[in-house]
Design a protein around this ligand. Structure first.
Ligand code: PMP
Length: 353
């Protein structure tokens, strides 16, 4: 069996542990949202006419594109919808990079950028984040790479790059700039680069329904970009890349902005409480603007805590790679889930509550 060498050298994506969810499990290892999706989503599902499923979906997700574009005061030719934002990252490589081109991305960050680059035989230059994990946009621009991939807030750290820094970068760098805003709804409203799309044709903003809309399961993401790029993405798209049901459910969720805001507000409040509590327990915690926190115990080792929690059916994410050595990434759950987590951490550390 012949497998291309660029694929042979890769490993399949392995998510954090996916435990059987039986009511005792607290799964806070994949940055999923602890609250259910909007009640509008449930209403749509319960009234759904299953006979519709015999038709192919709208190939271009037109209604969803229009709905989202209107929200950002853009025309729908700036909008593209994907089977998760992951799929759009793949399409960007198909559209914008030749074999042996180079992209640059901070390190650490979302590992998928490099994986997809490898699949397309595109080189990845990792630009280390500073000691405090902030992103050095000057260094990224100076790589001379054909494109930059920046998760904002950054994956694994939760740190936010300011809109001013993003605009400064766009003024001096004319390659493709992908700002992946998978977690942006958990940051202040003024942080998003969406408003820059109309002014900078080399900017692509990626968004997802997975995190803030609590819809990981339907796999819908979207991008805002200039119409020439959107047209090119449409040429690469799988014929019907977003399922009919996913389009409808994403529309219902998007229309319920009030629900989105209310759950985001709860998660942000819980994040602040958990950050303070972890600090009191002797953890170093990065100031996250996302729905997770990256932390490390000042004394002792994170792997022991990971195992201690796992034995009690609390699943957090453990990292042990360069810059992320012996660290825990904890997704913000409900207040009740976080109370259980903190109770176990008090038990482990011996720190009295
Ligand atoms: N970007 C970042 C930074 C992420 O962490 C994730 C989720 N793992 C994604 C994109 C993918 O999101 P989606 O579920 O829309 O494919």
């Amino acid at each position: 069996m012949y497998i291309k060498q660029s694929i042979e050298q890769l490993a399949p994506y392995v998510p954090g542990i996916q435990p059987q969810m039986d009511g005792h499990v607290i799964k806070i290892n994949a940055n999923e949202n602890p609250y259910p999706p909007s009640p509008q989503v449930q209403q749509l599902l319960s009234g759904f006419d299953f006979a519709q499923l015999r038709y192919y979906p709208d190939a271009t997700s037109q209604r969803l594109r229009k709905l989202i574009a209107a929200h950002y005061q853009l025309s729908s030719d700036h909008l593209f919808c994907g089977n998760g934002s992951d799929e759009i990252i793949s399409y960007l490589f198909q559209v914008c990079f030749e074999e042996q081109d180079t992209i640059a991305t901070p390190y650490p960050t979302y590992t998928l950028y490099k994986t997809i680059a490898d699949i397309h035989r595109v080189h990845t230059v990792y630009v280390p984040t500073r000691d405090d994990f902030t992103i050095d946009t000057q260094a990224l621009a100076q790589t001379g790479a054909k494109g930059l991939f920046i998760a904002n807030p950054n994956a694994q750290t939760g740190l936010l790059l300011s809109l001013t820094e993003i605009e400064e970068l766009l003024k001096q760098y004319d390659g493709l700039v992908v700002i992946d805003e998978a977690y942006i709804e958990f940051a202040p409203a003024t942080a998003s680069a969406c408003e820059l799309v109309a002014r900078y044709p080399n900017l692509v903003v990626l968004r997802t329904f997975s995190k803030s809309y609590s819809l990981c399961g339907i796999r819908v993401g979207y991008s805002l970009a200039n119409p020439v790029l959107v047209h090119a993405l449409d040429k690469c798209r799988d014929s019907y890349n977003v399922s009919h049901l996913s389009q409808l459910l994403a529309e219902a969720a998007f229309e319920d902005q009030a629900y989105l805001q209310s759950t985001v507000k709860k998660i942000v409040a819980t994040r602040e409480r958990v950050t303070a509590a972890l600090t009191d327990l002797g953890f170093e915690v990065l100031p996250s603007e996302a729905n997770f926190v990256l932390c490390k115990p000042v004394h002792g080792s994170a792997i022991d805590i990971y195992e201690f929690l796992k034995a009690r059916h609390v699943y957090v994410r453990y990292f042990d790679s360069p810059r992320l050595s012996d660290k825990l990434r904890i997704t913000i759950g409900t207040d009740a889930e976080m109370d259980v987590l903190l109770k176990y951490l008090h038990e482990f550390t011996g720190v009295k509550s």
